[in-house]
Design a protein around this ligand. Structure first.
Ligand SMILES: [Zn+2]
Length: 209
């Protein structure tokens, strides 16, 4: 098996993968910084490249992220999701996302930023996973969050374990005992492993020699 580079990569995953497998250090760091410090830019890139986010917005994980973080009722969770979706579809960046969460839930600024980040992050992760499968990717890697002091220990371990032997795309990652399709897979029910996770999945296509 060898990695098929070039046309097989796509979107954000393409950038991350190129750094990881070809020009490792510099761009990998770049992607991590991008996801951590400027998720809006990544979001715009993803949306701009035509990723279909509609199915990801409908997935239950966006609902769960709100429910877990603020224990809101179903109606409120829906309201948060719909408002956030509208902001994102208008290319609204993080400040506007937090504004709309704050308006609906009446929470503090930090909590609003955290909620918006978890929900939008979950949507992007869900969309990226679906797109990777549609694009014929066969395997995936786990890239841990670079945030100092915030990396979940099991996530660091997962990155190291899957790097030499990528996980088949439709088989879940095993992370700290939890089966996750991708980072922030709230639908898995392993919420502790998903909340505030900034890790990303990198998909690749492996072909036989
Ligand atoms: Zn993580």
């Amino acid at each position: 098996m060898k990695a098929e580079l070039g046309g097989g990569w796509h979107g954000l995953l393409a950038d991350a993968a190129r750094y990881c497998y070809v020009g490792f250090a510099v761009r990998w760091t770049g992607i991590r910084c991008c996801l951590t410090a400027a998720p809006d830019r990544c979001l715009k890139d993803t949306v701009g490249k035509g990723t279909d986010l509609a199915a990801a917005w409908e997935a239950e994980n966006t609902f769960l992220a709100t429910k877990i973080l603020v224990n809101a009722d179903a109606q409120t969770c829906d309201a948060v999701r719909n408002a956030l979706r509208e902001v994102v579809e208008r290319q609204g960046e993080g400040r506007k996302q937090a504004d709309c969460v704050q308006r609906i839930l009446g929470v503090g600024r930090d909590q609003a930023i955290r909620i918006a980040g978890n929900i939008v992050g979950a949507v992007l992760a869900e969309a990226g996973y679906r797109r990777a499968i549609e694009a014929g990717m066969t395997h995936k890697l786990w890239l841990r969050s670079p945030s100092p002091g915030k990396t979940k220990p099991g996530h660091q371990e997962a990155e190291a374990r899957y790097r030499p032997e990528p996980c088949p795309i439709k088989r879940p990652f095993l992370v700290n005992g939890a089966a996750l399709r991708f980072p922030r897979d709230f639908l898995s029910g392993n919420w502790d492993e998903c909340i505030d996770c900034n890790c990303i999945m990198i998909a690749k296509r492996l072909v036989k020699n």
